[in-house]
Design a protein around this ligand. Sequence first.
Ligand SMILES: Cc1ncc(COP(=O)(O)O)c(C=O)c1O
Length: 374
Amino acid sequence: MAGPWITDFEEKFVLDALRNGWYGKNAYAYVEKFEYEFANYHDRKYSLMTPNCTTSIHLLLAGLGIQDGDEVIVPECTWIASAAPITYQRATTVFADIDPINWCIDPIAMEEKITSKTKAVIVVDLYGNMPNMDVLQSICDKHQIYLIEDAAESLGSKFKNTRAGKFGIASVFSFHRTKTITTGEGGMLLMDDENLYKRCKFLRDHGRAPGTYFNTEITFKYMPSNLAASLGYAQFLRIEELVAKKRWIWQKFKESFIDLPDIYLNPEPEGVVNSVWCTALVFGKSHSVTKDYVMNELNRLGLPSRPFFYPLTSLPAFGSKSEEGRINSPIAYDISERAINLPCAFNVNEEQIKLISETIKLVLKNVHKNMVNK
Ligand SMILES: Cc1ncc(COP(=O)(O)O)c(C=O)c1O
């Protein structure tokens, strides 16, 4: 379903870190190289590698001083990691509906949720899709709140020629095993504000100045590993090749579904480059299927798929508030119910893509046949 593309190229870097990356300047050499090049690529001034993207978000919220009594807005449909750090900071999570076309936070729904307590919005580039960042940023500017870009899934995407990861006060990336580039587990926090960078850097390592053993605050231990960074750096040097493969998977699914009406894959509107971390498939209402139905059918036939992100308010973790959530975020509930994620592993081949696509078509055909017979 999902997994990285590791070659001999990466092995050399990891072996070098393993053999040489322990003493003196070498102990963090790959972390520093990876942080520097990654920031440069995204036209950001500062970067901090972290143990994963969840800790990047947490570090940032803490660095921005978000705390008890503050509200932070997130889209209904995303991985829980976008929202969980808001709770870590004892702030309040406020959910906003998503856009029916790009599945990212809807600007009108977002603005409706802004109150005097709102400090930030976490905009998520879902599955590699880009929302209209101009509109979102201008709403945040108008209300003087921070825009945070969760670019965990959009490494390589662009909006109007600006890379995902360059939007808002800061952005975060994930290098989880399933992401476009991996360090096993890993994350990166990017920003342009020097004071915010200094604060986050201080918070990342037990509240001390680098090289000292004198702690002035109790903070976190979110330091990165040089070994992980060596893998990340090597993967990053192959970024164009990796993004091209992700786009190839998406193209092949698009071609395979060309004769199937009323289905929707990740969009790429004018002005957007979509790096398609994962190809998602929304079934139009004419197919009368739920994601559970299609996933069960595929599973019965031995083929993998995953659910489109559940609306967060529907999850027990957020109090199972489906009734209320459905009223607040009708689009998120509607789309999530009839959408699945297709395999996005780097080792997926054309034959497998065809098999999955043809099987999905067959499943839908049977549903239509049963409807006619009823
Ligand atoms: C949108 C989004 N945000 C945040 C994360 C968290 O990343 P990590 O697993 O590296 O903490 C992920 C992926 O897991 C994600 O998909």
